[in-house]
Design a protein around this ligand. Structure first.
Ligand code: C5P
Length: 213
């Protein structure tokens, strides 16, 4: 299969030296890409800024910076993909204005005007057709209820939920504790595993769900 994976954070620049972003390191998304390659798939990785080495044997690697660039790249690669794994932590907002030179103190004022970024999954939903879409939900409370709501609202085939407040789960760690939710299936909670093992389990579950079709 051709699998498209997004990973890492996005950066939304205010001026050439300042940006809005989040704690994503890209580890989970890069592990997904690696697990998919190891399972014999052809993988394209679209990545926001990270300090990671892209896995070997990718079909293609596309570095991006902002949410708008990530949306462009997803739209470009999606037509040839059989599945999309949207691991990236996309910034929900960007500054309304980007200055092309460094702003001096005071120039920005005390309020930064923001505009919403597109929801990439929502924007590409009309192009989904037969493709299998996997989303992630990083939550701090009501984890399963929020993930179930996102699974439905975003029209996903599988969602990977995690409570980022749990030790050993979420951002920056090398381990994760996730629950997999698919429509009309009981939730499958995995034990604390390395991100590599978690990724293998996610790819295996995705393959199993696709087999059922
Ligand atoms: O709503 P929330 O951001 O928690 O949803 C997370 C899922 O939606 C992830 O799979 C993420 O990659 C995706 N997402 C997106 N576009 C956004 C924000 C999140 O596709 N602007």
């Amino acid at each position: 299969m051709q699998i498209l994976v997004t990973a890492g954070p996005t950066r939304e620049f205010i001026d050439p030296v300042r940006f809005l972003s989040n704690r994503s390191t890209g580890k989970m998304g890069y592990a997904i890409a690696e697990a998919a390659i190891d399972a014999g798939h052809s993988v394209t990785l679209i990545s926001g800024p990270t300090f990671l080495q892209p896995p070997e044997h990718l079909h293609a690697f596309r570095p991006v910076v902002s949410a708008l660039e990530m949306l462009d790249a997803v739209q470009q690669f999606l037509p040839v993909a059989d599945a999309l794994v949207m691991t990236a932590a996309v910034a929900d907002f960007r500054p309304a204005r980007r200055f092309d030179r460094k702003c001096h103190k005071g120039e920005l004022g005390s309020t930064l005007e923001l505009v919403p970024n597109p929801d990439i999954l929502a924007a590409i939903r009309p192009l989904k057709e037969h493709r299998f879409f996997v989303g992630f939900a990083a939550e701090t409370n009501d984890v399963l209820a929020s993930a179930a709501e996102k699974l439905h609202r975003k029209g996903l085939d599988l969602i990977v939920a995690n409570d980022v407040t749990q030790p050993g789960a979420g951002f920056e760690t090398d381990t994760n504790i996730v629950t997999l939710l698919a429509p009309n299936a009981t939730a499958e909670t995995l034990p604390m595993l390395s991100k590599a093992e978690t990724a293998q389990r996610i790819i295996a579950r995705m393959e199993a769900e696709m087999q059922k079709r």
